[in-house]
Design a protein around this ligand. Structure first.
Ligand SMILES: *[C@@H]1O[C@H](CO)[C@@H](O)[C@H](O)[C@H]1NC(C)=O
Ligand SMILES: *[C@@H]1O[C@H](CO)[C@@H](O)[C@H](O)[C@H]1NC(C)=O
Ligand SMILES: *[C@@H]1O[C@H](CO)[C@@H](O)[C@H](O)[C@H]1NC(C)=O
Ligand SMILES: *[C@@H]1O[C@H](CO)[C@@H](O)[C@H](O)[C@H]1NC(C)=O
Length: 360
């Protein structure tokens, strides 16, 4: 064991020397050094050697993501998870049989369990049957594509960090949008206010919540303040009533989109961004990097995002344009295009199960 550790650190050393040689000398020289290295190490344990390039990738990824581990044992554990993620991502991308690609994002060293516990709902959100009014029910004039970003109704992508308050990000994005549509001003609003102050049997701060409950809170409170005034902490906090009194946006009500009907959702998104529940617990969803996401996923409501548009890709695939709250390193700079009109009533990943929006 000791011998192995000494060997691997010597190898790292040697690799570092090779690297500096590379910058200083001609190509052939470097290749020669590699050959010598290859012959020299051929007697060593296969696993230790095979790990080296992967360990370098892990180190690079750690640097890129500002990741620091408490000790060597933790680093080793994270390395194993990172390697599994890497192999999985590579195998999916290599197969090339999907309309999307996966990538190594900030979630690469988390297990599925850790990911769910830190980002998603503690327990899936309930989906009630929707019976309220829906103002777009008879709308027939729906454009072929829509992107609310180009209309100035969408703030930059935010990052919920390790706090499962996706419901606050989803509802705030919809409020920001309807406020911009109403007033012409785009203002970033406070998720932390909802996390700290909208606590009840439905909304549980970092443990999950419902967008319609958040809209109700904003109505009851007489508005919501700005992100600047009540900044995001990625943790449960105590409601600061000094801040909540200075409202920057108000809503008058909210409506639910009739559940399990993508045509209804289309009618709504054609008119404004819409908060939607979704299943975000799948491996591919977590590692999604680009293209049109086509599953696999479940339809349990474990996460929420904001539908900010829709369109048709060059190959004819219809998609929803979704704004997530996992930072810009996830997906297409924070967004996902997810397949639309999949034939299942609930939509892909349950997109059409739990949609709602605030009214001005
Ligand atoms: C849609 O049309 C039906 C039938 O004409 C009508 O009963 C209903 O009130 C209309 N809904 C809306 C939201 O306008
Ligand atoms: C956050 O607050 C809610 C509501 O009080 C509570 O149910 C939940 O356990 C808290 N979560 C964390 C991570 O502290
Ligand atoms: C609210 O403002 C008052 C007066 O400035 C101050 O005494 C109090 O500590 C503030 N409360 C919080 C929660 O910051
Ligand atoms: C789905 O919604 C569309 C548009 O609102 C409506 O015409 C249609 O009847 C709905 N389908 C079902 C199955 O409810």
């Amino acid at each position: 064991m000791l011998g192995y550790i000494a060997l691997s650190s010597y190898l790292t050393h040697l690799a570092a020397i090779s690297q500096s040689l590379y910058t200083a000398m001609a190509h052939q020289c470097f290749e020669l050094a590699l050959m010598v290295l290859g012959v020299w190490v051929s007697g060593a344990t296969a696993r230790g050697i095979a790990d080296e390039p992967m360990r370098t990738k892990h180190e690079q990824w750690m640097a890129q993501n500002g990741r620091v581990y408490t000790d060597a044992a933790e680093k080793e554990r994270r390395f194993q998870i990172f390697r599994d993620s890497y192999e999985y991502i590579k195998s999916v991308n290599r197969a090339g049989d999907r309309k999307y690609k996966l990538g190594l994002n900030q979630f690469a060293d988390l297990t599925n369990g850790e990911f769910k516990a830190s980002r998603l709902a503690f327990k899936p959100m309930p989906t009630a049957s929707t019976t309220g009014s829906f103002q777009y029910a008879n709308l027939t004039d729906v454009p072929n594509s829509m992107d609310w970003r180009t209309r100035g109704a969408v703030t930059p992508v935010k990052n919920q960090g390790s706090c499962g308050c996706f419901w606050a990000f989803s509802s705030v994005a919809a409020i920001e949008a309807i406020t911009q549509i109403k007033t012409g001003n785009l203002v970033s609003l406070s998720e932390q206010q909802l996390v700290d102050c909208d606590v009840n049997d439905g909304n549980q701060g970092c443990d999950g919540g419902l967008m319609t409950r958040a809209f109700q809170y904003v109505i009851d409170n007489g508005g919501i303040t700005t992100e600047d005034n009540y900044p995001y902490m990625a943790a449960n906090g105590t409601c600061d009533t000094n801040k909540t009194s200075s409202s920057a946006a108000t809503i008058s009500g909210y409506e639910s989109v009739p559940a399990n009907n993508e045509s209804s959702l289309l009618q709504a998104v054609a008119n404004r961004p819409v908060s939607v529940g979704i299943d975000g617990s799948g491996q591919d969803f977590r590692h999604y990097s680009s293209g049109i996401f086509t599953g696999p996923c479940e339809t349990e409501m474990t996460h929420a995002v904001t539908a900010v548009g829709y369109g048709i890709a060059e190959d004819g695939t219809e998609y929803w344009l979704v704004k997530n709250s996992w930072g810009t390193t996830w997906g297409e700079t924070g967004y996902m295009r997810i397949q639309r009109d999949v034939g299942a009533p609930e939509g892909l990943c349950g997109m059409a199960k739990l949609a709602s929006y605030p009214t001005a």
